[in-house]
Design a protein around this ligand. Structure first.
Ligand code: FMN
Length: 145
């Protein structure tokens, strides 16, 4: 029987110095490391950086997602890590990406603002789903122009 697929969505606050070069370099490093590890662990997903916050979707087998997230959570390059959802998923939303990346741009900056706020996560499941959908929409847009 096929192992169940899980999806975890979290948001966090950036602690990397927001000097452009330094930030770009660190994010490139995070993505390279993520792609290497996630491919090995059968984890796929997407990472967004916006307004000084990260949002990330991790999907894959339960233990692989959990172990990956536990490493990420301890990373000092971000703080205030807040899980919005961790549940069984029907399908992978990012099956082609070991870790896709959505950077800050004019169209998504405002949409993300409401998630990036410290408060307002009472409807946690909904927020997780919204972040997931937002990331998917922006990746599709990037792919299809
Ligand atoms: C916002 C953010 C997202 C990250 N995402 C991933 C990820 O998807 N997969 C991963 O393996 N590491 C990710 N990392 C890096 C981990 O925190 C950790 O540094 C890394 O997994 C250690 O890998 P290594 O033992 O191969 O050096 C992320 C870090 C940050 C700050």
């Amino acid at each position: 029987m096929q192992e169940s697929l899980y999806r975890l969505v979290y948001v966090s606050r950036n602690r990397i110095d927001e000097n452009d070069d330094k930030l770009r370099e660190e994010i490139a490093g995070i993505l390279a490391c993520s792609r290497r590890n996630n491919t090995q662990a059968d984890v796929t997903g997407a990472l967004m950086f916006n307004r000084g916050c990260f949002a990330q979707v991790l999907e894959g087998p339960h233990d692989a997602v959990q172990e990956t997230f536990e490493r990420i959570q301890c990373d000092e390059r971000h703080s205030h890590v807040s899980v919005l959802s961790f549940e069984v998923a029907e399908t992978r939303g990012f099956s082609h990406w070991a870790m896709a990346y959505v950077g800050e741009n004019d169209t998504n900056i405002d949409e993300f603002a409401s998630f990036a706020e410290e408060s307002g996560f009472d409807r946690e499941r909904l927020a997780g789903e919204q972040v997931y959908e937002l990331l998917q929409a922006h990746l599709l847009e990037a792919e299809h122009g």
